[in-house]
Ligand binder design. Structure first.
Ligand code: NAI
Length: 338
């Protein structure tokens, strides 16, 4: 089989490998489609502190089970499945309270262990979620990015009374917009970005209002409009944003961050406590595949609005470079494997 391997930072090869055999409790997935995420590019470029090389990247993937290991029902062969990349121990403290995404020995497919940019991938059986027939292959491969929004919103508990503001109209901001509007029906969703074309994508995904903050003060703009967001998601993840989010938030608002920057940011206790703000963080997803499968079945979100490019896996370098260089036209890039 062919696998896309990052041998070391900036060295990508399409390698011929043995088709892997599933071990006990595992299934083998014949991969059909995979999605490129920022973290794939970060591993390729050597900017992901968790990655070990060589690594088959890819943690958004969909395919068909074609073999099962010991202890897995043979009837699973032939199932169309989407794979949750979060592998957890099941018994540490976070696992015991339903948060396997921050397991003390967390393994993420495509980061800590070989992932889905390969013609075949072996994964734990319980990570392979069966996809109902009414969900297309292209939608099934988009489940993982939507689980990020499902995880974030599970903490924020949005309601129809909320005015939400999202920083960033990349894939993470857009899945959040769709969840807030399509699933939670929040009163107003405002999206802030510096790229006009991305703000257009935000409108297509359901944003009620967009603000380009390239050359204006967001706080002044919101004051002018008398808007005090009650829910804020930082899907742009610059370290300066939390401080601004605290200053623009309504009293009693909820703020959620999802960034991994190691740089310090300046916030004060007064800014948070005087408004009794709740600040959450969200990493990956905690058992949210069934939640997003349900959203898709009910047509509450529409992944098609994010998919801008599709390449054959043999063109992976071109695909990643397009993803990295063309933020104006490019949102979600899919790779076709079979
Ligand atoms: P992306 O780079 O495609 O999108 C980020 C967007 O934010 C861009 O459109 C950019 O123009 C905009 N932006 C940057 N600085 C801004 C600012 N100061 N104000 C307004 N907009 C600004 O990235 P993507 O894929 O949407 O991911 C967003 C972030 O989420 C990344 O930092 C990524 O590491 C993080 N992430 C976190 C996850 C988690 O589970 N916690 C999962 C996936 C991604």
């Amino acid at each position: 089989m062919k696998s896309i391997v990052i041998k070391q930072p900036n060295e990508l090869v399409i390698e011929e490998r043995e088709v892997p055999q599933p071990k006990s409790g595992e299934v083998r997935v014949k991969v059909k489609l995979a999605g490129i995420c920022g973290s794939d590019s970060h591993i390729y470029r050597g900017h992901n502190p968790f990655a070990k090389y060589p690594r088959v990247i890819g943690h958004e993937f969909f395919g068909v089970i074609d073999a099962v290991g010991e202890g897995v029902d043979q009837s699973r062969i032939g199932e169309r499945v989407s794979v949750d990349p979060v592998i957890s121990c099941g018994h540490c403290y976070p696992c015991s309270i339903g948060r396997p995404n921050v397991c003390t020995s967390l393994t993420v497919l495509g980061v800590h262990r070989d992932g889905g940019f390969s013609q075949y991938a072996v994964v734990p059986s319980k990570n392979a979620y069966i996809i109902p027939d009414e969900i297309s292959d292209e939608f099934a491969v988009m489940i993982e990015p939507f689980t990020i929004a499902a995880n974030a919103t599970s903490y924020l508990k949005p309601t129809e009374n909320d005015i939400a503001l999202i920083y960033g109209a990349g894939p993470m901001g857009l899945t959040s917009v769709q969840a807030l509007k399509g699933v939670y029906n929040v009163k107003e969703v405002i999206v802030v970005d510096r790229i006009e074309e991305r703000l257009d994508m935000a409108k297509i995904s359901g944003a009620d209002r967009v603000i380009n903050n390239t050359s204006l003060s967001l706080k002044d703009e919101l004051d002018k409009l008398s808007i005090k967001p009650t829910v804020i998601i930082d899907a742009a993840c610059h370290p300066s944003i939390l401080q601004e989010a605290i200053s623009i938030a309504s009293p009693a608002a909820r703020i959620l961050i999802m960034g991994f920057s190691g740089d310090a940011c300046q916030i004060t206790q007064q800014g948070i406590t005087s408004k009794e703000l709740s600040i959450f963080s969200s990493r990956l997803n905690a058992n949210k595949f069934p939640v997003v499968i349900d959203w898709l079945t009910k047509k509450l979100v529409d992944p098609k609005k994010l998919i801008t490019h599709q390449f054959d896996y043999s063109k992976v370098v071109q695909a990643i470079e397009t993803f990295e260089k063309d933020q104006k036209q490019c949102c979600k890039v899919l790779l076709t494997f079979s």
